[in-house]
Design a protein around this ligand. Structure first.
Ligand code: NAP
Length: 552
């Protein structure tokens, strides 16, 4: 007898919704979570300034009217403590905690062909079995540190932003180093600049950033939002990114430069990703259009940073605006106008080692009290690589995905039956407003399970041909995008992970936009799941074994 019909791995935004759907169906299911509590990204990332760039009311789950009606988002772009409170509220409201096991890290998952079950080995020594495994591991849940000589030598506190100490860090009067200038660093730097004694930012490559323009949400505004939820989610469903932002459908070259400038001036002052996603579509695909817009943003940076030399260092030269994930910021550039904030360009003077007292570059030694590594993640497939996953015939997923993932719809893998990934590599989630994408993925996976249970099917596997078709489709879409050239987690770049250094592009995300993705996966379901081979129960009369499947 198997332990569970479904084991979900990971209790973040996706895992919480997945278990809700399974519990509602009365299925015997559990979530295994390696961390001490639920929340995923929002459990771990506790660095100052941590918040999302999605409009809060488009980030919440849409599945419960009651939940929508009772939750008051306090800010247009909500911060980590509030987001974690929200996820806890959801779990408590729907009594989901009793279906979750914390400190339960899965080390290995292996498919037993003869029994048609998954066998999971946990780091606490337990082995659990299930018919299905749903991987909701997080896109950015494997933090990566630099590979610097002497990292253990530093005598003060040093940590990755993902592991920011939960008890908080005393910053007043401290000399702090931040390594990295990605979305995370840009939030931390802006937030702590006026709280520390001295802040030195070690920048290898600048990122294009634009203002978040955050604000509080009053009771009246929240009441208005509640009245418009249907409309809001309908808009999110028809936009490529799953946001309220709809691209400007006029041709970049068809309007005058004055018109373009008028649009950009307006977008720069508007909240959220409008500057990226309400822009002309050519900025993603046309070098010349992108260059003109990038120059506009460069001028904005020059206007905000007083020291012209520092301003020039903060302007990216190796990629255009928006071809990497755009960080949104609040007084980031102004931080560099402070006397206590210094920028070190480590493309000129690289860090050579960590010393007892700080950092050594090729130019000089720096003394610090605290070192913060804002150095990013082994994105998208990193969390999969940390579990030894074996499919049919002992095939190792790590081996299969060595040069990059291949999937069917980003949710299934040929050779790995009954393994589902609602927000997997090449699915619609990574490149969209995440919760909108995961609701789509979780719903599709749950409907597949319901279909199987209704038809007495116990084994589902994507065919090799279907997987090859999907992966080719995802790959071909990169060809149209300027982002294919970017050193970014969207292309699998991470200088700290062997094999992920720039040069070998990994086709991680689906670039066709949410509506097209939803359309495609819906058609697959409607066709009776073309591309998936089903197996019935191998024992006559046992099909659908509802007494085992259902929670008692
Ligand atoms: P990231 O974008 O990958 O940035 C990592 C930074 O660290 C880069 O500036 C990188 O420089 C630098 N770096 C890495 N290794 C280094 C080394 N060995 N020496 C020197 N510098 C090094 O990671 P992130 O900032 O954590 O953001 C990741 C993603 O998380 C974002 O793109 C976003 O999707 C998400 N996020 C979202 C929010 C939000 O919603 N507001 C906030 C934070 C993060 P190079 O570029 O030269 O490699």
């Amino acid at each position: 007898m198997i332990d569970y019909e479904v084991i979900v791995i990971g209790a973040g935004v996706a895992g919480i919704y997945q278990i809700k759907r399974l519990v509602d169906l009365g299925v015997k299911a559990v979530v295994l979570e390696g961390s001490p509590d639920l929340g995923g990204t929002w459990y771990w990332n506790r660095y100052p300034g941590c918040r999302f760039d999605s409009e809060s009311y488009t980030y919440g789950y849409s599945f419960s009217r009651e939940l929508l009606d009772e939750w008051h988002w306090k800010e247009k772009f909500s911060s980590q403590p509030e987001n974690l409170r929200y996820l806890n509220h959801v779990a408590d409201k729907f009594d989901l905690r009793r279906h979750m096991q914390f400190n339960s890290r899965v080390d290995a998952a292996s498919y037993d062909e003869a029994e048609n079950i998954w066998r999971l080995t946990l780091s606490d020594g337990r082995t659990l079995t299930s018919r299905f495994v749903v991987m909701t591991l997080g896109l950015l849940s494997m933090p990566t540190l630099p590979r610097l000589e002497g990292m253990d030598r530093f005598e003060g506190p040093s940590f990755h932003t993902y592991n920011w100490p939960h008890e908080g860090v005393e910053l007043a009067g401290k000399r702090v180093a931040v390594i990295g200038t990605g979305a995370t660093a840009i939030q931390v730097i802006a937030e702590i600049a006026d709280k520390v004694g001295d802040l030195t930012v070690f920048q290898r490559r600048p990122n294009w950033a634009a203002p978040l323009n955050n604000s509080r949400i009053s009771q009246e505004e929240m009441a208005d939002i509640r009245g418009r939820y249907d409309e809001i989610f309908a808009t999110c469903a028809r936009t490529p990114g799953g946001f309220e932002h709809e691209p400007d459908r006029r041709g970049f070259w068809e309007v005058s430069r004055e018109e373009r400038l008028k649009l950009w001036d307006r977008l720069y002052d508007e909240p959220g990703f409008g500057i990226w996603l309400r822009n002309f579509r050519e900025i993603f695909t046309d070098e010349a259009a992108n260059a003109e817009f990038s120059e506009y943003i460069a001028d904005r940076i020059r206007r905000r940073v007083k020291d012209p030399e520092v301003a020039e260092k903060l302007i990216p030269r190796d990629h255009g605006f928006g071809v990497q994930r755009v960080p949104l910021e609040t007084y980031y550039y102004e931080a560099y106008n402070r006397d206590n904030v210094h920028l070190v360009d480590i493309s000129e003077t690289p860090i050579v080692s960590v010393t007892e007292r700080g950092l050594r570059t090729t130019e000089r030694d720096y003394d610090f009290d605290i070192i913060v590594y804002a150095t990013g993640f082994d994105a998208i497939t990193g969390a999969f690589d940390h579990i030894e996953i074996q499919g049919v015939g002992g095939e190792k997923l790590g081996e299969k995905w060595k040069d990059g993932p291949s999937t069917f719809l980003g949710m299934m893998i040929s050779g790995f039956p009954n393994l589902l990934m609602p927000a997997g590599p090449q699915s619609g989630s990574a490149s969209t407003n995440y919760p909108r994408g995961i609701e789509t993925g979780v719903n599709w996976c749950t409907e597949l399970l319901k279909y199987m249970w209704a038809h007495g099917l116990e084994r589902a596997e994507a065919t090799r041909a279907a997987e090859e078709r999907w992966t080719r489709h995802v790959t071909e879409m990169y060809a149209m995008m300027l982002m294919r050239k970017a050193k970014s987690w969207f292309t699998g770049y991470n200088s700290n992970v062997a094999g992920h250094e720039q040069g070998r592009i990994r086709y991680f995300v689906y670039n066709g936009g949410a509506p097209k993705y939803v359309n495609t996966i819906t058609k697959v379901a409607q066709s009776g799941y073309e591309g998936i081979v089903f197996g019935p129960s191998d024992e006559p009369g046992r099909s659908g074994r509802s007494e085992e499947r259902l929670a008692v």
